[in-house]
Each structure stands twice: as structure tokens, then as C-alpha cells.
Design a protein around this ligand. Structure first.
Ligand SMILES: [Fe+2]
Ligand SMILES: [Fe+2]
Length: 352
């Protein structure tokens, strides 16, 4: 049986996409050419899209700029180094955005064929990229103004990371691709939410707002991608549950797992260990996200699956408890980790 997914992904975005006069009608596109349906997906958009320089950064055209920067630097003095390691790691991850747009454009049936294509998928991907772009912009400018971090080393890391790319093993398949992005958007929502909470606990309310507004963008993106996968479960449950199991067997790789600063060959592991210790993003979060998605997509309730689909369903539904057990065992065996220097903070040592 053939289906057709007709989605209006641009309705997830803050900014209404620019419409060409050549095509004022919302285009409806088929996905993976074998899927048919006709419902549109809507999510709430915020009342006012945020502009980093207008809402969260000192205004560089104002007389008050120097005082505002001074104030920002006073506040950031109270923030410990390990927090900055997490914030820089998050910022570097955001700054490798060209890699993520490229990844979306590898997916069959949804890629932007011309670079300015008017299909809904292409419009969505470009507007999503525009929203994501302000995350790296905002964090980068904040960190630069704080004076607490080595921007030369950070810029090097970003260049290396974009140069390295990533392979999320989604194999040009939009089923795998949207399961991956659902997972990753929730992971970034959690991570930015935690840096917001920690900034607040350390008394920097402005920084808490910055991380919080980025987290709220990620939440909307999570909603969009999980709705797309929800639709796939509705119209093609067998292939979707098999794709979900396939993605989880491969493990969801973190977008910045190839990060390098020209010095530390294990930079990503070291950054991840600090994020784990501070509770910014942890192994428990990985299991929690999986569990959330299993519930969100009602994977346990699927019926009428093929034998392969049933096996995939069993695998998925039992995976989060297994990850938790392994994690608890590893935690029990863990010894106190050494400190490691991070070039991002002028080689100061941070506890792993
Ligand atoms: Fe982001
Ligand atoms: Fe996002």
C-alpha cells in the first residue's frame, strides 16, 4: 500500500518563511516517495522570535556598551571553570551547524535540491538552520565578551569540527534521520536547560536566560521532529519501529564527537566527562530520552507488526532499563577521575 506524507514543516518555525511569488501556495511534498497521507502538522510558535543582540547581549552601538560588558564580566567571574568547559562544548556543538544542514540534505525525498527549493522540506530545513544559527551566535558572543575563555583555541576547535563533519549513520534514510533529530533536539533541550539551571544557581541570571531561550528553541524543534516521526508511526508503523531499533542499535552519536582543538586527542571524552559530572548531559539522560520517545510514540502499543517489526518493538521497549543497569554497574566501578587541562580555558585543569 502506498501512502503520501503531506506535511507543512514550516509551521514549526518562529519566522514565517519567505514565500516566492512564483509559488504562493504551500507546497505539499511526498516523503521517501512511497508514503502517502494528507494531514498537516502544527505546533505553537512563540509570540516574538528572539534576536541575540537585541534581547541578550550588550548593544555595541550604545554608549552604555562598555558598562554593560563590564557588568557581564563581573557576573561571569562567579562562574567556575568546569561550567565554562560545558558551555564552550555546547557552543562549539552549535557552531558546527553547516554539518547538520548538510546531514539533513543527505536524506532522500526531503533534501533541498537546488539550495533555494520551494518544497516544504527544503523551506523547513533552511528556516530551522536560521534558528539554530542564533544559538551559536549568542553563546559565542557571550563567551567572547566574558573574557574567561581562550577564543583562539575555541575558534580552532570549531574549524576542526566543521572540517571533520559527522556520520550519524542515518544512511540517507529520512526515517533514520528524523528519529536521530528527534533524539538530538531533546538532548540539546536537556543540555541547554541544565546550563540555564546551573547559571541561575551560580547567580548569573542573564546567562540563565540565554541558555533558557536556546533550550526553548530546542524544545520546539523536538516537538516538530517527534511529530514527524509520530506521523510515520501512524502510516507506516512496521518500517518506523524497525528504523527506530536500527538507530538505537547503532547508538545515537553526539553531533560533536569528532571535536579536536589541535592538542587533546580525547577532547570530546574529556568534555563529556565534565558534562556528566556537572549534570549538564549524562548517561542517565540518554536512557531518559529513549524512554521518553518510546512513550511519546506509543511504541509498546503497536499491533499488527511483521515478525521483524515485533522483534524491533521488543528490543526498543526493553532497551532503556538495560542501559540503566549497565550505567549503574559502570558507576559502581568508577574511580575518582584525574583532572585534565582544557585549552579552551587557557589550559587550566578541571576535574573529570
Ligand atoms: Fe541549537
Ligand atoms: Fe534545535
Amino acid at each position: 500500500m502506498a501512502y503520501r506524507v503531506a506535511l507543512q514543516p514550516e509551521s514549526f518555525l518562529c519566522f514565517p518563511p519567505v514565500r516566492s511569488k512564483r509559488n504562493a501556495r504551500s507546497p505539499r511534498v511526498s516523503m521517501a516517495s512511497s508514503i502517502r497521507s494528507s494531514s498537516a502538522i502544527k505546533v505553537e510558535t512563540p509570540k516574538k522570535p528572539f534576536i541575540p543582540h537585541e534581547d541578550f547581549l550588550p548593544d555595541c552601538s550604545s554608549e552604555a556598551f562598555y558598562d554593560e560588558v563590564k557588568e557581564l564580566r563581573e557576573r561571569s567571574k562567579e562562574i567556575p571553570d568546569d561550567y565554562f568547559v560545558c558551555l564552550v562544548g555546547d557552543m562549539v556543538t552549535e557552531e558546527a551547524l553547516p554539518t547538520y544542514q548538510t546531514m539533513l540534505n543527505t536524506l532522500d525525498g526531503i533534501r533541498d535540491e537546488t539550495g533555494a527549493s520551494l518544497t516544504s522540506w527544503a523551506i523547513w530545513t533552511r528556516a530551522w538552520t536560521a534558528e539554530e544559527n542564533r544559538h551559536g551566535d549568542l553563546l559565542n558572543k557571550y563567551l567572547y565578551l566574558s573574557g574567561r575563555v581562550d577564543m583562539k583555541q575555541i575558534e580552532k576547535t570549531i574549524q576542526y569540527l566543521i572540517g571533520s563533519g559527522m556520520d550519524p549513520r542515518t544512511e540517507n534514510n529520512p526515517y533514520l534521520g528524523f528519529i536521530y533529530t528527534s533524539f538530538q533536539e531533546r538532548a540539546t533541550f536537556i543540555s541547554h536547560g541544565n546550563t540555564a539551571r546551573l547559571a541561575k544557581e551560580r547567580g548569573d541570571l542573564k546567562l540563565a536566560q540565554i541558555c533558557g531561550i536556546i533550550a526553548s528553541d530546542e524544545k520546539r524543534h523536538e516537538t516538530a521532529y517527534t511529530k514527524i516521526v509520530e506521523k510515520l508511526f501512524e502510516i507506516d508503523p512496521d518500517d518506523t519501529v524497525i528504523a527506530f531499533a536500527d538507530m538505537m542499535k547503532k547508538k545515537i552519536s553526539m553531533p560533536a564527537h569528532l571535536m579536536y582543538d589541535g592538542r587533546d586527542d580525547n577532547l570530546f571524552e574529556h568534555f563529556s566527562a565534565v558534562a556528566q559530572r556537572l549534570g549538564v548531559y549524562t548517561a542517565k539522560d540518554y536512557a531518559d530520552i529513549l524512554e521518553f520517545l518510546v512513550t511519546r510514540w506509543k511504541v509498546g502499543d503497536l499491533t499488527g507488526l511483521s515478525e521483524k517489526g515485533n522483534k524491533a518493538q521488543d528490543f526498543i521497549c526493553n532497551l532503556a532499563p538495560r542501559i540503566r543497569r549497565l550505567e549503574e554497574r559502570a558507576h559502581g566501578r568508577a574511580k575518582k577521575a584525574p583532572t585534565v587541562p582544557f585549552s579552551w580555558i587557557f589550559d587550566r585543569e578541571v576535574q573529570q
